[in-house]
Write a protein that binds this ligand. Structure first.
Ligand code: GDP
Ligand code: FE
Ligand code: FE
Length: 195
């Protein structure tokens, strides 16, 4: 693993402090996943002419979240409907609060990319797409179709977004899981046939 380093552009904390907080906040398996998402975000940024350092930081922090979800949803101005959902949906959306509070990152683009990383959204910025796709195709992912997902995403980021949303939705529906409305709306925009 290449040594991690984040430029001190987006947080008053040093790169070492951000890495230490991230490591202390999750188990080693998830930490390594975040490192791989960071590296894959960097790669996708390069391919799509986006700021590589910014993408690497957004990818690194994307799964940073604490356990106090319900309290934070109730007191920090989040949509109260979130209380009807679970950790899968909370950790990105509510994660933005912990990233601001603990990692002192205030950049809107980074926070929005974290907010959208699980569900996607109707409108997505380049950074949103980079983190969304890096999370799905990072080298540690191993599910039927991941090689196709990688091929599609490296050829065209938008096609990757469509592929992931269709894949996630069909997997969720097969298991009879509830679909978060934003996931559904994103699917309708990014993954349905154009004609
Ligand atoms: P991870 O945090 O790296 O494991 O990956 P994600 O943040 O992308 O996804 C977390 C979980 O949320 C996965 O198991 C997804 O299948 C699940 N998920 C994504 N969209 C929805 C949704 O609309 N409804 C439900 N119930 N789960 C979802
Ligand atoms: Fe996640
Ligand atoms: Fe993740």
């Amino acid at each position: 693993m290449a040594k991690l380093f984040f430029k001190e552009t987006y947080s008053p904390l040093s790169s070492d402090e951000i890495i230490a907080k991230e490591k202390a906040n999750m188990d080693n398996k998830r930490f390594k996943h975040c490192v791989r998402v960071s590296e894959t975000s960097r790669k996708l940024a390069k391919l799509n002419n986006y700021d590589e350092d910014k993408a690497a930081l957004a990818g690194f922090v994307h799964d940073y979240a604490k356990q106090e979800y319900r309290k934070v949803i109730k007191t920090q101005g989040f949509d109260q409907d979130l209380l009807n959902w679970n950790r899968s949906i909370w950790h990105g959306i509510v994660g933005t609060y912990f990233i601001k509070r603990d990692l002192k990152i205030t950049d809107k683009e980074i926070l929005t990319a974290v907010d959208r990383h699980t569900t996607g959204d109707v409108k997505m910025t380049t950074l949103d797409k980079i983190v969304f796709m890096a999370d799905f195709i990072e080298p540690g992912r191993d599910f039927p179709g991941v090689d196709e997902a990688r091929k599609i995403t490296f050829a065209n980021l938008d096609d990757g977004v469509g592929f992931q949303l269709a894949h996630t939705l069909s997997y969720l529906i097969k298991d009879r899981n509830k679909i978060y409305p934003r996931t559904f709306k994103a699917y309708n925009v990014w993954s349905t046939k154009k004609k």
